[in-house]
Write a protein that binds this ligand. Structure first.
Ligand code: ADP
Ligand code: MG
Length: 469
């Protein structure tokens, strides 16, 4: 059967399944599955990750098999391919067997886009969803995104060459660098893009040496129009790999070919990276990606829910976003787990269920903020400090001092209680959650900008601490 065959067959299976399970379950667990190909004996499907795989196989194997028997007849088996976080290809595996123990052992392969902008795949794909449109912008990443977009639009023609993106795990480096690849493919502005991890580069290099083909190796890389290398921290300490990379880098650079690199640390701080490489990086642009603030985390979850057509209450999104702070991959993982629970226990997604799930991920101590004050405590301290009464504090006055008192109180409530933004708003004269978000931001900004305010704030905090201990 040809390529259309497997897609049609799988679509028929999906129709069968869709009629028999709840829509939300279907959207969660079946939409993300992609059919890849078919042989006489097997239909190959791709699932996003191992957790997903486990879930689908343990819960829906029967119905999948039934759908296959109905639409195709006996004798066809399903084989799954699993994509890991960083899009590492997995050996296919039979639905009934066990998962390979060391999934990371398979090296990531490269992708080349040829003249006609058709993607030639030697292994896995660049993730099609890692595009600029799905990358939520916030203060923490907007510069990185802007630089990535500039480079994608005019590769090699900006002064951002090389562009080095750095930041902690799960903050969107791979997403951005692949978005550059996807955008260039879409625009068809250049002939060939090569995306790979530094590990693949190293492995490729080693294998070239072993086969006595280092000239071919170097020619191959020098011939691309754009080189995207993810996670170059793995070049640390690998002298001869760096040597090779240095020459390839120079050659591409001299021919105005765009180079984009990512790393988990500022390249200046990478130990075991040759000085001359680092000085090459300085000739381009190095941008960091910071952990996203609360609003951005909320926006990321909302966007994700919207894209997957999931109806998730706002309170739940806010709770997830406020408890998982420093890693977007974990944030998305928590959402998947929540969906899994909800479909397993057949209960709605609500705050209570979310707390249970969060408990398993971050543990009790994190979840229940260590110091937890009541909102009344906070309002008391603030009214005392600003010498106003409670009605004034929660009232409508826009006088500068009163507004400051109110916003500071909301900020402290946000920090030291477990109340949601919505509830905090209710305690302050029934204000909207966005007013609370605004207040928190205002205090943060003011703390940065005004030393005077900073002093005032410290005094309040001090009093606040002594009053309450
Ligand atoms: P890194 O490579 O920095 O470890 P990834 O690029 O793999 O991180 O990002 C982890 C996950 O978080 C991915 O699923 C990615 O799509 C998502 N993600 C990260 N940043 C954003 C963002 N700003 N908007 C939307 N999704 C994001
Ligand atoms: Mg990555």
């Amino acid at each position: 059967m040809d390529n259309i065959g497997h897609a049609e067959l799988w679509n028929e299976c999906l129709e069968y399944i869709q009629e028999r399970i709840p829509t939300q379950t279907f959207n969660t667990w079946f939409e993300p599955i992609k059919s890849l190909s078919i042989t006489e004996k097997e239909l190959f499907l791709q699932v996003p990750n191992k957790f997903f795989y486990d879930w689908v196989v343990s819960h829906y194997e029967n119905i999948i098999q039934q759908s296959l028997e109905t639409t195709y007849g006996d004798g066809l088996k399903i084989k799954y391919t699993i994509l890991m976080d960083d899009e590492q290809p997995q050996p296919e595996k039979q639905a009934s067997g066990s998962i390979p123990q060391n999934p990371k052992a398979t090296p990531q392969r490269d992708i080349i886009v040829d003249n006609s902008s058709k993607i030639i795949e030697k292994g896995t794909k660049i993730n099609k969803n890692y595009i600029f449109e799905t990358f939520v912008e916030g203060k923490s990443n907007q510069f990185a995104k802007a630089a990535a977009m500039a480079v994608a639009n005019t590769p090699g023609a900006t002064s951002f060459n090389p562009l080095v993106l750095y930041g902690g795990t799960g903050l969107g480096k791979t997403h951005l660098v692949q978005a550059i690849g996807n955008e260039v493919i879409k625009n068809q502005s250049i002939k060939s893009v090569l995306y790979l991890s530094s590990d693949t580069f190293t492995l490729d290099f080693i294998s070239a040496i072993q086969k006595n083909k280092s000239t071919d190796f170097s020619k191959y890389y020098r011939n691309v129009d754009m080189l995207l290398i993810d996670d170059i921290q793995f070049f640390q300490g690998k002298e001869s790999t760096q040597e090779q990379f240095f020459h390839i880098f120079n050659s591409l650079y001299q021919h105005h070919k765009q180079i984009v690199l990512t790393t988990d640390k500022n390249p200046m701080e990478l130990k075991g990276l040759q000085e001359r490489l680092i000085s090459r990086f300085k000739s381009g642009l190095t941008v960091d990606i910071q952990p996203p603030d609360l609003e951005t985390r909320i926006a990321i979850l909302q966007k994700k829910a919207e894209r997957e057509e999931l109806e998730i209450p706002y309170d739940v999104i806010e709770l997830l976003a406020s408890k998982i702070r420093s890693n977007i991959r974990e944030l998305e993982g928590a959402l998947i787990r929540l969906l899994a629970y909800s479909s397993l226990l057949r209960v709605d997604i609500n705050v209570q269920l979310t707390r249970k799930v969060l408990n398993e991920i971050v543990g009790d101590s994190q979840l229940e903020s260590n110091i937890s004050y009541s909102i009344e405590n906070i309002q008391e301290v603030i009214t005392g400090k600003y010498n106003i009464n409670l009605d004034t504090l929660v009232g409508k006055s826009r006088k500068k001092e009163i507004a400051e008192a109110r916003m500071t109180a909301m900020y402290l409530a946000r920090k030291y209680t477990n109340l949601s933004l919505k509830s905090i708003g209710l305690y302050f004269g029934g204000r909207d959650h966005s007013t609370v978000v605004h207040a928190c931001k205002w205090v943060d900004d003011k703390l940065d900008a005004s030393e005077e305010f900073q002093k005032r704030f410290e005094k309040i905090k001090k009093e606040f601490d002594t009053t309450l201990f």
